[in-house]
Design a protein around this ligand. Structure first.
Ligand SMILES: NC(=O)c1ccc[n+]([C@@H]2O[C@H](COP(=O)([O-])OP(=O)(O)OC[C@H]3O[C@@H](n4cnc5c(N)ncnc54)[C@H](OP(=O)(O)O)[C@@H]3O)[C@@H](O)[C@H]2O)c1
Length: 261
């Protein structure tokens, strides 16, 4: 039986893996939340990696608050870069294949065409810089890894744009949404399925950097309208284009990823 260690298990993607794991009786998942396995804590990592023999580690742990990262850049780097390096080192020592989740925010958003995996990253905010550093550590440390860049994750779990739009629409609020950025919304459940089915069970891809999104690009404004349409809330909700949103972090203008599967 293949044994899989999942970090950051109480986050949005971690919870998608918890849900999906119930479908796979021949895979043994061990889930660790941020208290049970803090990826910045070397001895905790060593402890967890020595207790069981893992084939795979799926790293869902990350510092994901893009706005806060501008003010707490040290913490973002400690988790998204140094913590990732510690996980990669442990994977190397124990011959564990690492699945690491990265982001469209490693790009500056100035390319008009969708980004391919070999495009040169150029992050424009601290979150993106910390995630790129994490990628670079993995590439230095490991040979057997998958770095999966994704974008605009949403699901029934955690905090995300989809849930915010639904909550506000159901409360009768007007939605003020920017159309200044374009990206590919991605159901985090689809990402979890892709990793389990395609990468782990079918072994359909080779090691390295991959791009996975749901494949349709839109603006946040377009995404909000789509969420309202799917949920039958178009006629009851007012949506206004609003590009005055005050953000500490610069956002890539067009961070559309081209899928490579
Ligand atoms: N959300 C998006 O739109 C998006 C887009 C592109 C890429 N990604 C990437 O996708 C991955 C999953 O994102 P997500 O949406 O699931 O994020 P999330 O909901 O914020 O989950 C991240 C998890 O990491 C945990 N964590 C934070 N610091 C940790 C540490 N030092 N040790 C262990 N765990 C720690 C958090 O635990 P606590 O809550 O206890 O701190 C949380 O459970 C991340 O790598 C993210 O960068 C996300």
């Amino acid at each position: 039986m293949k044994r899989i260690l999942v970090t950051g298990s109480n986050g949005q993607l971690g919870q998608c893996f918890q849900k999906l794991s119930k479908e796979y009786k021949d895979l043994q998942f061990d889930f660790f939340d941020s208290k049970e396995l803090n990826i910045t804590n070397e001895s905790q990592i060593q402890n967890v990696f020595s207790k069981s023999k893992y084939e795979y580690c799926i790293n869902c742990a990350a510092y994901t608050n893009v706005e806060q990262a501008e003010k707490q850049s040290k913490t973002a780097f400690a988790i998204n870069a140094d913590g990732v390096a510690l996980i990669a080192e442990a994977c190397k020592i124990k011959s564990v294949v690492l699945f690491h989740i990265s982001t469209d925010y490693v790009f500056d958003g100035e390319k008009d065409e969708p980004y391919i995996t070999t495009d040169i990253p150029n992050p424009i905010n601290e979150y993106g810089k910390s995630k790129l550093k994490g990628e670079q550590y993995i590439e230095e440390i490991l040979d057997e890894y998958f770095i999966i860049r994704t974008s605009w994750l949403y699901s029934e779990f955690g905090h995300n744009f989809y849930k915010t739009v639904l909550r506000k629409a159901n409360a009768g609020e007007t939605l003020n949404v920017t159309d200044a950025q374009m990206g590919c919304p991605t159901d985090a459940n689809n990402l979890a399925k892709y990793i389990i089915r395609n990468l782990i069970l079918q072994e359909s891809q080779s090691y390295g950097i991959h791009h996975f999104t749901d494949g349709v690009s839109m603006t946040w404004f377009g995404f909000a309208k789509e969420i309202l349409r799917i949920n039958g809330l178009v006629s009851s909700t007012k949506v206004v284009k609003d590009n005055n949103y005050r953000s500490f972090a610069k956002r890539p203008r067009k961070s559309v990823l081209k899928n490579n599967y």
